[in-house]
Design a protein around this ligand. Structure first.
Ligand SMILES: CC(C)(CO)[C@@H](O)C(=O)NCCC(=O)O
Ligand code: NA
Length: 559
């Protein structure tokens, strides 16, 4: 460790970092002692379904914005230019479709676990398959999330690696276990603000030290870092408009449409309107988050002019180089290095807390509760807390596994989303958009989707296509098998589980033709849902103008 690094952190910096951890614990403690004191699973796992849209929306961004993005995106922009920024185009459909298709269906069924949908639409084994896939995905992902900031910080400042991993993991486990989803959401709100503040501080100081906005612009322009829209149709090209703007939509759908961490937030909103509104509010904040990390990459380029400093670090990692840049910038400004460390750990904490709580929820709702229908509420709540805690401890073990992997952290995370999240998205799309898809063979479909992975062609695809490729494979195979084995009959489809896409598109046709084509009558009907003994109202035929525009837009886009 360089002796100058020791001066990097002043007392103020440690205080700021300490305040972050203490405030998170404080919010956990507050929610453990207020409200219903976390004595029901409804409160612990679903926040009493009473959240307003602002906290839900900030929490939604926090779930999948971890230190991986904060470090990985600037590293990507520094090395390859601003092409990655075009993923922002995918946010439009990637949020509109969840808001108008996934949220209405899932919210009206009053589910607790998103995978309950798969049982209502298909069968129990499909639900279990969805749940296990989700658990697999999140367990690997949370290891990456907790390891990344600790590793990068260790490489640059000599912060004790495993001490940092332990501190983050344990603090997060503690507030998640005592405070439930309310604590997770409110800490997310606080942590998201710290995250933005930390990134903004680096950019402002970085621009000043480089000589102002125009100087930064001149250097990145001369250094060829401003990328034009790359329309190369080659699907093996890593980042083009097609991989980012189209492949990215599927990535966004798998995260914001059907991932339990997000679905649980939508379901915790007090009304469907709040859920939809929170999804809309994600758009500007996610664009801001993307812009901040891209600009940080550009400022870093302007400052270093493309020199490769990674060899100086010994680790040869561009991810560590980002931290090294930040520390160079913030050196001598008391409080700011601490603010950035707080920003990194806020990002990590908010992601792993969502993972712990959503993992506890699906384990409880999908794997345990169905086998013990007579379990008392008190026992179920206690068990949920034990589960949240166990996943917290498992996270530490997963951090160790991540330690053994290579590759850029951003790519690792996005590959996991695509490889594992893609097939689940496919199952949901099959159920929601294709009324003919039947239930008996869905498992084989999912397995087939997974079996497609090892093919060489798949690996040469840009990783941004993984979600789209796996999702489409599942849908295609599912449809073929459904038609071969006899498509689902309209009357067998659980009401409220299908989005009558064709019915909406062909709204000019008479009712009876629509019924033939769509499989289900897209009519206003009142049914008793199997999900909960509660009246569920389907109002899909009276599509709002937004929905009509959305549906036509998607179809035009697909053509
Ligand atoms: C999910 C996206 C792609 C949305 O921009 C972004 O947040 C991202 O690249 N996340 C990487 C994973 C992470 O930050 O943990
Ligand atoms: Na986060």
């Amino acid at each position: 460790m360089d002796p100058s690094d020791q001066k990097l952190f002043t007392v103020v910096d440690f205080v700021i970092f300490g305040v972050l951890l203490a405030a998170s614990l404080g919010i956990g403690l507050y929610h453990a002692l207020s409200g219903g004191r976390q004595r029901t699973t409804q409160e612990f796992l679903m926040a009493d379904r009473s959240m307003k849209c602002l906290p839900v929306s900030l929490s939604l961004i926090a779930s999948f914005q971890s230190a991986v993005a904060i470090i990985g995106v600037p590293a990507e922009i520094y090395t390859h230019g601003t092409q990655y920024w075009f993923i922002g185009c995918a946010y439009i459909l990637g949020l509109l479709i969840p808001a108008h298709v996934f949220i209405p269906i899932l919210y009206r069924l009053r589910l607790s676990s998103a995978y309950q949908y798969l049982e209502l639409r298909f069968s129990k084994p499909v639900r279990i398959c969805g749940t296990l896939t989700f658990i697999f995905q999140m367990v690997i992902y949370m290891g990456v999330c907790v390891y990344t900031p600790a590793f990068a910080l260790n490489a640059v400042t000599g912060f004790e690696l495993w001490g940092t991993v332990l501190a983050t993991g344990l603090v997060c486990t503690l507030y998640t276990t005592i405070g439930g989803l309310k604590a997770v959401i409110w800490t997310d709100v606080f942590q998201t603000l710290v995250m933005f503040a930390g990134q903004l501080a680096v950019i402002v100081v970085g621009v000043q030290k480089t000589g102002g906005v125009s100087e930064v612009w001149r250097k990145v322009w001369e250094g060829n870092r401003i990328s034009a829209l790359d329309l190369n149709p080659d699907p093996t090209e890593r980042h083009t408009f097609w991989t980012l703007g189209v492949g990215g939509v599927f990535l966004m759908l798998s995260l914001y449409g059907v991932n339990q961490a997000q679905v649980q937030r939508y379901l915790s909103a007090r009304t469907e309107k709040d859920a939809v509104r929170s999804c809309y509010m994600v758009f500007p904040s996610l664009q801001l988050a993307l812009a901040l990390s891209c600009v940080m990459g550009l400022v870093m380029f302007a400052c270093y002019c493309g020199e490769d400093h990674s060899s100086k670090l010994g680790t040869a990692s561009r991810d560590a180089m980002v931290i090294s840049f930040v520390m160079d910038m913030l050196q001598g400004l008391p409080g700011l290095p601490g603010l950035f460390i707080a920003c990194l750990f806020s990002a990590a904490l908010s992601t792993i807390s969502s993972a712990f709580n959503s993992l506890a929820t699906v384990t409880m709702e999908d794997l345990i509760k169905p086998h013990f229908p007579a379990m008392t509420e008190a026992r179920a709540t206690l068990l949920s807390k034990a589960l949240a805690m166990s996943y917290g401890l498992l996270c530490l073990a997963m951090a160790y596994l991540t330690h053994l992997m290579g590759d850029s952290v951003l790519q690792v995370a996005l590959k996991i989303f695509g490889m594992v999240g893609g097939p689940i998205l496919g199952l949901f799309c099959l159920g929601i958009f294709f009324p003919w898809a039947n239930s008996t063979v869905s498992i084989r479909r999912a397995q087939h989707g997974v079996a497609c992975f090892p093919t060489v062609r798949f690996y040469s695809l840009s990783y941004m296509w993984y979600s789209a490729f796996n999702c489409s494979t599942v849908i295609l195979i599912g449809l073929i098998i459904s038609f071969l084995t006899g498509p689902m009959k309209a009357e067998d489809v659980t009401p409220g589980t299908v989005y009558p896409l064709l019915g909406k598109l062909l709204c000019f046709l008479p009712e009876r033709h629509k019924k033939k084509l769509c499989g289900v009558t897209p009519q206003v009907q009142t049914v008793r849902s199997r999900a909960a003994p509660r009246i569920v109202k389907l109002v899909f035929t009276r599509g709002t103008s937004t929905e009509c525009i959305l549906v036509s837009g998607v179809v035009a886009f697909a053509l």
